[in-house]
Write a protein that binds this ligand. Sequence first.
Ligand code: NAD
Ligand code: MG
Length: 393
Amino acid sequence: MRRVAVLGATGSIGASALDVIARHPGRLHASVLVAGRNVEALADLCARFRPEHAAIANPACFGALRDALRARGLATQAHAGDDAIDALAAGDACDTVVAAIVGAAGLSSTLAAVRAGKRIALANKESLVMAGELVMAAARASDACIVPVDSEHNAIFQCLPAQGDRGARDVSGLRRLVLTASGGPFRGRTRESLREVTPEQAIAHPRWSMGPKISVDSASLMNKGLEVIEAHHLFGVAADRIDVLVHPQSLVHSLVEFVDGSTLAQLGLPDMRTALAVGLGWPDRIESGVGGLDLVAQGGRLDFEPPDLEAFPCLRLAFAALRAGGDAPAVLNAANEAAVEAFLARRVGFLDIASLVESALAARGGEAGDLDALRRADARAREHVADAIARAA
Ligand code: NAD
Ligand code: MG
């Protein structure tokens, strides 16, 4: 029996992961559930999945969580705070961790699970963008098995041959990786026409149903930029061998081109439960609840076009940050998180997201090194964005 900690259980990926887990009562058990601050939603999930432990990130919510579990007559033990979450991710209550907290807030628990040598079904791409070298080095040291569940990286994981049995991939025959992108809700639009778009328009993704932050990232193409950096770390492939291809149907989840001219791709309906079933079941194939792909019923065609870096400069900024190295990816990620939060709160416009990230990158210190240095770079970038917004107001 695989005992699974679902970090970010109340979110979009959390719901998909729990849906897959519920299909395999003899094989998968949700032993730990973790959420940010929604106590009632977390307690309801506990009533359904009966985990041994539940944790809420906000320490002020501890009493409310304990009471909500008690009110439901559950034996689930309540915990609160980031340290408790890290301890649960690393501890004996689970052997597998679905890392699906949104943003840099997911780094600490991801790293704790990696250092403890767990199976990690990794959705939290921001932890790799911020500290990819450290996370991958920790995985090599602990023999942790990282199975990416971001759909593109999950596709590449499936297409590349294995190197050993701990999730690592063999890239010796690889020419390039091609990440597909849906193009988001604003595909085909000019930069100028995006000046007045609203958070509602940005979140209305044509193909995927996701949390608000990643939905905005998809609309700006920053999501694809973060994914280029994620792919670089996961598979050890340099920036100039990673390409992005817009594919509006979101049926081809990414492609892998080998030196002999062969290209392999993974296809499927746009439903994250497939990638989560791979993350939870690998090397076995397990039911996910996702139907097969009927290409005729899906419109009978697959379209591809290059990304428009003029209209969507975030993708260009992410490539530049990856090439610059040091603290640049951490700064890119933190500035983007702060800018997206401000956009969702209607304090800045859509085009300001890219400008704020660009300005934070121009102001960065440059040093990288250890985790503390990356956390300082992250904090400085958030301050830089807050100051820039305050000055403009
Ligand atoms: P979401 O907003 O729907 O859910 C986020 C979850 O994180 C919630 O359970 C929330 O309670 C929890 N959370 C937030 N802050 C926290 C904190 N400080 N401590 C503990 N928990 C916290 O987001 P989502 O769409 O599920 O995305 C989650 C992650 O998965 C992101 O990193 C995203 O990039 C990645 N991802 C998502 C999708 C998708 O289809 N939704 C696809 C690929 C990758
Ligand atoms: Mg993705």
